[in-house]
Design a protein around this ligand. Sequence first.
Ligand code: ZN
Length: 147
Amino acid sequence: MKVHRYQPGSIHLIRADAGDDLVGFITRYAADNGIKAAWFTYLGAVQFASLRYYDQISREYRDFTIDQRLEILSGVGNVSLLHGEPFVHTHAVLADADGHAFGGHVNTGSIVWALEIRLEEFSGDPPARLFDEPTGLSLWGDDGPEA
Ligand code: ZN
């Protein structure tokens, strides 16, 4: 178990523009505003979705795309440090015109149609992602600067 305790910081309400890359926009916003630790939620719509699924057995990501205009029913994510830089990790549930849902880890290449984000910044030493042998993923490591 890894525990990080933080004090709440600013809450940012952010709107992205049509055509923005969803992950790229949030990553750039965090970097431009010095945000190293945050949790966020969002809703809106995408013009194109690029998602991935992590296969726990093969320990590899399976990337897939959905070339449709989809509602973002619920998006959630966090900001922490990876190799010393703000890193965005986000998952979302998306729906088509019939209400059928898709979801996954949101990859770069998901293109915004409309996007409203509520991002809560935390103060204190940000969690740093380190390689985690049991999962094969970069997960939050111990407190303090990244090794
Ligand atoms: Zn993920």
